[in-house]
Design a protein around this ligand. Structure first.
Ligand code: IFM
Length: 450
């Protein structure tokens, strides 16, 4: 028997996002977000679900804090709903919205849990979408103003800030594939959105730094180590292009003021709307990189794509590992491979694991207990790999399981359950699963036996 250990002071946490758990979608003056609109009107969410009520965390957050405490968590990653603070995305702020997050933060601090908020986890105010959304340059400045308001209000109690959650995903799914809000499928709008989001990231970084010089600031990126799907050189080159296009597209601009060479015919600056002085304005010298990781990507060369990256995943992960109930391949090495690549490529940056988890539908047995052994196996496998990467030199400071509660899983509605705690919908009653109890033991012991 061996022991998987983590460094002293390593932070154990769980993650959530406002639209996925809060509910109260139109309460206390909150504005409409693109997700409110998309759920109410698009007809594209499984089961016709929406985040109108979700886990009702807007009213029941003390129960969330109690669960975190029961799991010995020392960190909680949650997100702040922009339209709860600025209903139309600019102008006057809502005292009730700021007050809600103040109460949440205070409850966390009182429980000995560090608040780790994300400023943008996909719920853009609909009014900003009506003015063009992320493809519109002005949105970058609006985001910086919003970041300034929030950090001035909460910065006396919150030290660590995540600017954006998974920019590659919300731009791709929202503006290119169109299955997430705002439901647009337009490659040119997508390309412009990627640049405006990078401008927003840098402007947001500067705003947070100006409001609190002692803040720790980063973004949470969706990472997947990219492997060639086949043996030929074309797939190998495509895998590297795809890595640059997904993993590095929001990192290279922030850390080096440049776009990576992801396109076969060069970066499409014109289509992206890049202006002469823009590249320098993209810099955001992060204090940490947030790592959201679920799977590896196995990439094929495709000569006929509309963007010019000429690379596409051959499936959801690879085809060798077992799958979660969502159909995602389980490949624990993906986490260590990615963490070690970031460690090599960016000169050993501070890394925070901001999301990692799996969807399984296990519900309560007749005795009420939720036996989700597969989730325990999943986290165990990932954590073994993570400990190995730390041993090999990576500077990883925390691990946040996705997610604290079963919640609204975007276009999948409530049918995918990623939580360490089971939630009944629509009653929103919470019960810790076996995995939650196990996670609490790991957090308390800062490791586990193998
Ligand atoms: O639920 C999402 C989360 O909002 C962003 N990262 C991936 C999770 C699982 O799909």
């Amino acid at each position: 028997m061996g022991r998987v250990r983590f460094p002293q002071g390593f932070r154990w946490g769980a993650a959530t996002a406002a639209y996925q758990i809060e509910g109260a979608w139109a309460e206390d003056g909150k504005g409409e977000s693109i997700w409110d609109r998309f759920c109410h009107r698009s007809g594209r969410i499984a089961g016709g679900d929406s985040g109108d009520v979700a886990c009702d965390s807007y009213h029941r957050f003390p129960e969330d804090v109690a669960l975190l405490r029961e799991m010995n968590c020392t960190s909680y990653r949650f997100s702040i709903s922009w339209p709860r603070i600025q209903p139309t995305g600019h102008g006057p702020t809502l005292a009730a919205g700021l007050d809600y997050y103040r109460r949440l933060v205070d409850a966390l601090l009182e429980a000995g849990i560090e608040p780790f908020p994300t400023l943008y986890h996909w719920d853009l105010p609909q009014a900003l979408q009506d003015r063009g959304g992320w493809p519109e340059r002005d949105t970058a400045g609006r985001f910086a103003d919003y970041a300034d308001v929030v950090v001035r209000a909460l910065g006396d109690r919150v030290k660590d800030w995540i600017l954006l959650n998974e920019p590659s995903i919300f731009t791709t799914m929202g503006y290119w594939v169109g299955i997430h809000a705002p439901g647009i499928a337009d490659p040119d709008a997508f390309l412009r959105a990627t640049h405006v989001v990078n401008l927003a990231q840098a402007a947001g970084f500067a705003a947070v730094r100006a409001a609190r010089s002692d803040a720790r600031i980063g973004s949470a990126m969706a990472f997947s180590p990219c492997e060639p799907a086949g043996d030929d050189e074309a797939d190998a080159a495509a895998a590297e292009r795809f890595h640059r296009f997904t993993n590095a597209w929001y990192l290279e601009p922030a850390l080096h003021g440049r776009y990576p060479e992801a396109f076969v015919d060069g970066v499409p600056f014109d289509r992206m709307g890049v202006r002469p002085d823009d590249l320098e304005a993209l810099r955001a010298p992060f204090d940490f990189i947030g790592v959201n990781l679920y799977m590896r990507a196995c990439i094929r060369h495709v000569p006929d794509d509309a963007l010019g990256v000429q690379a596409r995943p051959a499936g959801i992960g690879g085809s060798d590992g077992p799958r979660t109930d969502f159909g995602w391949e389980i490949w624990p090495r993906a986490l260590s491979d990615m963490v070690l690549r970031l460690t090599r490529d960016y000169d050993r940056p501070v890394l925070e694991i901001t999301e990692n988890g799996c969807s399984y539908g296990d519900g309560p047995g007749t005795d009420g207990r939720i036996r989700d052994a597969r989730r325990i196996d999943f986290h165990r496998g990932q954590l073994e790999q993570l400990a190995g990467a730390i041993e090999a030199g990576a500077d990883v400071r925390s691990y946040h399981a996705w997610t604290l509660l079963d919640n609204f899983e975007w276009s999948e509605g409530f049918r995918q359950r990623f939580g360490l705690a089971h939630v009944t919908f629509p009653a929103a009653d919470r019960t810790l699963k076996d995995s939650g109890h196990w996670y609490g033991e790991v957090a308390a012991a800062n490791g586990f036996d193998t």
